[in-house]
Write a protein of this length. Sequence first.
Length: 259
Amino acid sequence: MLPAIRQDEYLYEIPQFGVEKDDVDDFMGQLRAFHGEFSEYFCRQEPRDHFFNYMSGRFGDLKRKTAEPIAIRTSGRSPVRARQRNLSHAIWDEPGILRKYHETVRTEMGAPDGVLIFDESGFVKKGKNSAGVARQYCGTVGKVENCQVGVFAAYASRHGYALVNKRLFIPERWFGDDYDERRKKCEIPPDTVFKTKPELAAEMLREAYHRQRIPFRYITGDTVYGKSPVFVEAADSCAGVTYMPAVPPIPGYGSVSRL
């Protein structure tokens, strides 16, 4: 069953984007300007162009927004393999891109009383060749499904909200000997070790606190993180920050246990 917030009767009004006709007319220009802010982090023009076409394709009306249909829509069939290689093997400065993006978030919506939010999201997949794919609980459909799961850090303030970091959750079974070939095929780094979702979230929290790129005063997360000693310890180590997690219901008290 889907949680109450995912059903028709929402617990609160979800903020809406204020999109005007002029915003739509000039969208590609704005997207190109946004893309230009990251151009220095690509070593060559080709991956830089592929990156822009992929970004624009993600905003289109395609039913499947993966590399192949986006490549066909934006450039014809010939560059499909090149576009796929760009996502898997092209070299770009990911730490630099993330740093620049955090600077943008800070400028556009940073506030001293901002909130860091931790949660997971599932992506339904077909087949078994995607990194970390397995039959596991998928929150987007509310049941166990063949999917990948990511742990995400989001930022919210009175000025807006944005995703600010991510980690791919790789199930423990993927680290068994029977998954050796699959790990190699998916090019998972050999030194990768199993980490729980709260451990991945704790990593991102410590990074956010020590880097001090985006100001925040509060931390929150779902019950997976609220009941985790690892994540609670990471939150406790952030001086001057208030931690307000969701926690499992206490028998006889129901939702009163939600802080």
